[in-house]
Design a protein around this ligand. Sequence first.
Ligand code: MG
Length: 266
Amino acid sequence: MSQFLTQIADIRAVVSDLDGVAYRGELPITDSVAAFRTWHRRGIPYAFVTNNATKSAEQFAAKLDRMGIPATPAQVFNTVSGTAAVMRGRWPAGTRVFAIGEEPLLDALRQAGYHLGADDAEVVVLGFDAELTYAKLRTAVRAALGGAAIIVTNPDVLAPTEDGYEPCVGVLAAAVSAAVPGAASIVVGKPEPLLIEQALAYLGTAPADTVMIGDQIGTDIVAGQRAGLRSILIASDIPRDPGAVAVPDGIVASLLELIDGPAAPA
Ligand SMILES: [Mg+2]
C-alpha cells in the first residue's frame, strides 16, 4: 500500500466532487456509493462540491439519496449558490444581468434581487444551458462588447454523461472571449477555491484533516490544493489536459481503496 493510502485512516472529513465521482449522469458509481455509506456509518462527515449549476442543492441531495448516498441539501455546495454569493459581493440588488443558464441558476439570481433581462446588462452570467441558442450567444457577446463583466459558473469544457461527454460552460465562455478578448471575467466554480471553502466551513474541520476527491486535475485537484486540502484523483477516462501542472496526493481506481486499501491483484 502506498504511504498515502496508509495515512488514509487519518481522514477526518471528505469534500467530494459529484459528476464522475458519485455518479455518471443518472448512473451511480457503485463503489463510491459503498464508500460514502461506510463513511456515513463511521461518522466521517462529508460534503459535496459541484460545478454543475443545473440543479439546486435540494435536487442534488435528493439525487444522491435516491442512489443510496445519505445526503442533505446543507451538504451540497454548487455554482448556483456560489454564483449568487460572488455576485452579492460585487453588485447591488437591482443590477441588470443577462444570464444564460437553467432555471435553478436564474431563480437564484432573481432571489438575490437582480433584474434579469437582455437589455443594457452590466453583468453577463454564463452557465450550462441545454437550450443555448445563437440569439442568447449574440446577446451575451453584445453585452460584453458594451463593457459588461462576465461571470462564468464553471470553466469545464467537457462534462461526463452516461454515454460519453457533452460540451460544457467552458466552451460557451471560450466563444464569448473569442469575440471579446478583453472582457473582464470571474470564474465561480473549481479550480477557484470558493466552493471548497464553503464546504469546509460547513464541515468545521481543518484543511489538513480533510481530503478533496475529484475526477479532474484541472478543476477538482487544483481547487482542493488552493484550499489547503490533500487531494485524491479517482482515475477516469476523461481526456487529460496536457498542460495540467497539479499533482494529486493519491490516485485511486475506486473509492473503496480509501477504505480497504487497493484490491489485491487477481
Ligand atoms: Mg467531476
